[in-house]
Design a protein. Structure first.
Length: 243
């Protein structure tokens, strides 16, 4: 379902007007867009908690959910420039041009010692350097343990981060763009976006819209939780003793 097509009446915004008895004057497109985006981000949060080994990413994004950054000799802390919802993995580029996966760590897992004690510091009190073995996420930053050094790490594009991100959100000027959701659930955005408007102008419709929204959210969760059914399991022969 397209967002707001210039012709016809099959778009998400058209459906909202139908559900709300509204128009572009009583419910401007910019306001619809805000409500639809809020609904879309809510659904992305639900999906990310429901997906399995087949990870969700909005098909409207034109790049992969992965970014690279340059490392600095002896520097532990790095800040992400873009927004993300969850870090999936972090890889460090070694001197043989191979990205090697490192593990997340919580300082509380270090046996009662501080990170500086665990990985050590030099005579000036600076963190020891080497090939990073682990990372700790702090808000929109990560800390690498130990700090990278060019002796073991290729610093240029030396860190690669895989992440989960939110949807490619709509703008009020969008027309033919479709949500990065299964087409069977595009109309769910219209239901969810209509609830706040109807709560003010058509309160008797709210319970029906909420019921439809809840029903479709459940089927959406089922879709993402079960879509890896075609993944083959490993068959391991049992060890049987001869009789």
């Amino acid at each position: 379902m397209q967002y707001n097509p210039a012709t016809g009446s099959q778009g998400i915004c058209n459906e909202i007007d139908f559900l709300c008895d509204s128009t572009t004057t009583s419910f401007p497109t910019v306001d619809k867009t805000r409500r639809v985006n809020a609904a879309l981000e809510e659904l992305i949060g639900i999906i990310i908690n429901a997906d399995g080994t087949w990870q969700f990413d909005d098909t409207n994004h034109t790049d992969a959910p992965r970014g690279k950054g340059t490392l600095v000799e002896g520097q532990e802390y790095y800040t992400f420039a873009g927004e993300y919802l969850q870090i999936e993995a972090i890889d460090i580029l070694d001197t043989n041009s191979l990205y090697r996966r490192i593990n997340p760590v919580d300082p509380r897992e270090l046996g009662g010692v501080s990170p500086d004690e665990y990985w050590g510091v030099d005579s000036s009190g600076n963190p020891n350097t080497g090939f990073p073995e682990a990372y700790d996420i702090k808000g929109d930053s990560i800390r690498l343990y130990p700090a990278p050094t060019a002796t073991y790490v290729t610093l240029a594009n030396g860190i690669r981060v895989s992440f989960k991100r939110t949807a490619d959100l709509f703008t009020a000027a969008d027309t033919t763009q479709e949500p990065g959701l299964p087409s069977t659930h595009h109309v769910l955005l219209a239901y969810m976006a209509s609830i706040p408007y109807c709560a003010i102008y058509h309160p008797k419709r709210v319970s029906w819209l909420e019921k439809k929204s809840d029903e479709m959210k459940k089927t959406l969760i089922e879709h993402y939780a079960q879509r890896e059914r075609n993944k083959r399991g490993r068959i391991i022969p049992a060890n049987r003793s001869s009789a």
